[in-house]
Design a binder for this molecule. Structure first.
Ligand code: NAD
Length: 471
C-alpha cells in the first residue's frame, strides 16, 4: 500500500503531539506542558519565573537559545509541517510561500547582535547605555502569519532577555501550539530555563484580555488589525502596535514597465496576498497603463472587464459594511475566487486585475487576497496624491516604480510609510531580494518600524564615577 508522504508526516506529528501530553520531567519543570498551560494566570506566572532565571544567563547562553529556535524551525520536517498546517488550519495562503516565509523568519530575524552598547568616557568616568529586558512580554499574533510571527517574536524577545506569553489567533490554534511546543523542546535541549515561551491550551479573546491585564506582563506587542492595536495602546502598559496596511503601488511613465508588471504580480500573489506589506492597489499614469496591464497579464494576471462579474466578486469578498473583507475569502487563490464568481481559469492565473475608480471597494478595503485594482491617473503627481489618500494614513508600506528621482523622493516624503520600496516587489521591504533583516511585526503606529531585539528592550544607563580610561 502506498501512503502519501503528507499523510505520514501528519500522523507522525499527531503522535508527537499526543506524546507531548504525557508528562515529562522537563515539561513538568514549570507545571506546564512544553509551554502550554490550562490557565492564562499559570502561563504568565511560569513565564515570570522563567525570566527571573533567564536574567542570570550569559549573552552567550542567549545566543545559543536563539540558535536553538532557528535550528528547530529550519529542520526540514518541522518547516514543512508548520507551513502546511498553517495553510490548512487557517484556510489562508499557500504552502510553498509559507515555507519561504517561515524559513525567512528563522534565518533573517536579528538575534543578540542587535543589542549594541553605547559607551561614554571622560574625566568623570565611564557611562554605559545597554539594552535590558522588559521582563514578560505579551505577544498577540495574527491568522495571516501565525507561525512566522511566533518565530520572529520569540527570537527577538528572547534575544533581548525577555520571556514571552503568546496569544495566538484562535483560528490558528493548533499550528501555533505545535510550534510553541517545538520551541520549548528545543530550548530545553539547549539548557534554557523552562517556560521562556508559553501560551494557553485554549486561545480566546477572554484569555488575551487576561494576559493584557495581568500585572506581571510588562509589555504588549500586537500584530494584527486596528482593533487589537487600539486595545493594546489603551492598556496603560508599554505597547507596540503593528497594525493594518493597504499598500499602494504607483507606476509612472519613466519606469521599466516590463519589470514593474512582473514585480507587482510577484509581490501581490505572495502567500495569496496575505502579507500586510503586499501590493493592494495599482495607480498608474495613463500613458503607461496599457503596457503595464499587458505585462501583468504576461506574468499571470487575469483581467476581469465585465462590470457584472466585478460586482459579483465585490458581493462575494467584501462584507456588507463595505469596510472589511469576507474572512472565508482572505488568503484564497485567484483561481478559487474566480470560480466562486462563475469564471473558470487555468491554474497559472495568479492575480485578478480590474480597472476601477479610486472609490471602488477593491481599492479602499484591505482585502488580503490576490485581487488587484488598477486606477489610471493623468500624471505622476496625481498618482502620488491618490496613493497617500488610499493608504488611509496607516503609514505602513508603499511601492513606486519610476526612474524619476525627484518623484520617488516626493512620494517618500508625502506618504510617510514605514516601508517604501522603489522599483521592486513589496517583499524586498522585508529582506527578500532587498537589503536588510526581516520581521513580521512592522510597527507603524508606535514607530519602532521593522521590529528587532532592541525594540523589545529598555535603555538603561550604568554610570561609574571617577577616572576609567586608558588615555
Ligand atoms: P485580527 O486583528 O483579527 O487578529 C489579530 C490578533 O488579535 C488575533 O490573535 C486575535 O485573536 C486578536 N484580537 C483581535 N481583536 C481582539 C480583541 N478585541 N480582544 C482580544 N484579542 C483580539 O487580525 P488578523 O485577521 O489575524 O490579521 C490581519 C490583520 O493584521 C491585517 O489588518 C494586517 O494588515 C495586520 N497585520 C499587520 C502586521 C504588521 O506587521 N503591521 C503583520 C501581520 C498582519
Amino acid at each position: 500500500m502506498n501512503i502519501d508522504e503528507r499523510v505520514v508526516a501528519s500522523i507522525v506529528n499527531a503522535v508527537l503531539g499526543r506524546l507531548d501530553d504525557v508528562s515529562s520531567p522537563a515539561a513538568e519543570a514549570g507545571g506546564g506542558n512544553w509551554g502550554i498551560f490550562e490557565s492564562m494566570n499559570d502561563a504568565v506566572e511560569a513565564a515570570a519565573a522563567a525570566q527571573k532565571k533567564y536574567i542570570n544567563c550569559t549573552m552567550h547562553d542567549r545566543a545559543a537559545y536563539v540558535q536553538a529556535i532557528r535550528d528547530v524551525v529550519l529542520k526540514q520536517e518541522n518547516l514543512e509541517y508548520i507551513s502546511r498546517q498553517s495553510a490548512e488550519e487557517t484556510g489562508m495562503g499557500n504552502y510553498e510561500h509559507k515555507l519561504i516565509k517561515n524559513r525567512l523568519a528563522a534565518t533573517k530575524t536579528p538575534g543578540t547582535e542587535d543589542l549594541t552598547t553605547d559607551a561614554m568616557s571622560g574625566d568623570d568616568g565611564l557611562t554605559l547605555v545597554e539594552y535590558s529586558p522588559f521582563g514578560v512580554i505579551g505577544a498577540i499574533t495574527p491568522t495571516t502569519n501565525p507561525t512566522e510571527t511566533i518565530i520572529c517574536n520569540s527570537i527577538g524577545m528572547l534575544a533581548a532577555g525577555n520571556s514571552v506569553v503568546f496569544s495566538p489567533h484562535p483560528r490558528a490554534k493548533n499550528v501555533s501550539l505545535h510550534l510553541i511546543r517545538l520551541i520549548n523542546r528545543a530550548l530545553a535541549e539547549a539548557g534554557a530555563p523552562a517556560n521562556l515561551v508559553v501560551t494557553v491550551s485554549q486561545p480566546s479573546i477572554e484569555n488575551t484580555n487576561a494576559m493584557m491585564s495581568h500585572p506581571m506582563v510588562r509589555m504588549l506587542v500586537a500584530t494584527g488589525g486596528p482593533g487589537i492595536v487600539k486595545t493594546v495602546l489603551s492598556s496603560g502598559k508599554k505597547a507596540i502596535g503593528a497594525g493594518a496596511g493597504n499598500p499602494p503601488v504607483v507606476v509612472d511613465e519613466t519606469a521599466n514597465i516590463e519589470k514593474a508588471g512582473k514585480d507587482i504580480i510577484d509581490g501581490c500573489c505572495f502567500d495569496n496576498n496575505l502579507p500586510c506589506i503586499a501590493e493592494k492597489e495599482v495607480i498608474v499614469v495613463d500613458s503607461a497603463a496599457d503596457y503595464l496591464i499587458f505585462n501583468m497579464k504576461k506574468n499571470g494576471a487575469y483581467e476581469v472587464k465585465d462590470p457584472e462579474i466585478i460586482d459579483r466578486i465585490v458581493k462575494l469578498v467584501v462584507q456588507e459594511n463595505g469596510k472589511s473583507p469576507v474572512t472565508s475569502f482572505v488568503g484564497k487563490s485567484a483561481k478559487y475566487i474566480l470560480e466562486q464568481a462563475g469564471v473558470h481559469v487555468d491554474d497559472d492565473v495568479r492575480v485578478i486585475i480590474a480597472q476601477t475608480g479610486e472609490d471602488h471597494p477593491f481599492v479602499q478595503v484591505e482585502l488580503m487576497m490576490p485581487i488587484l485594482p488598477i486606477v489610471r491617473v493623468p500624471d505622476v503627481d496625481a498618482g502620488i496624491e491618490m496613493a497617500v489618500r488610499v493608504e488611509h494614513g496607516n503609514r505602513h508600506t508603499a511601492m513606486m516604480h519610476s526612474r524619476n528621482v525627484d518623484k520617488l523622493t516626493k512620494m517618500a516624503k508625502l506618504i510617510q510609510t514605514t516601508i517604501f520600496v522603489k522599483n521592486g516587489p513589496s517583499y524586498a521591504g522585508i529582506g527578500v531580494g532587498g537589503e536588510g533583516y526581516t520581521t513580521f511585526t512592522i510597527a507603524g503606529p508606535t514607530g519602532e518600524g521593522l521590529t528587532s531585539a532592541k525594540s523589545f528592550a529598555r535603555r538603561r544607563r550604568c554610570v561609574l564615577v571617577g577616572g576609567m580610561d586608558v588615555r
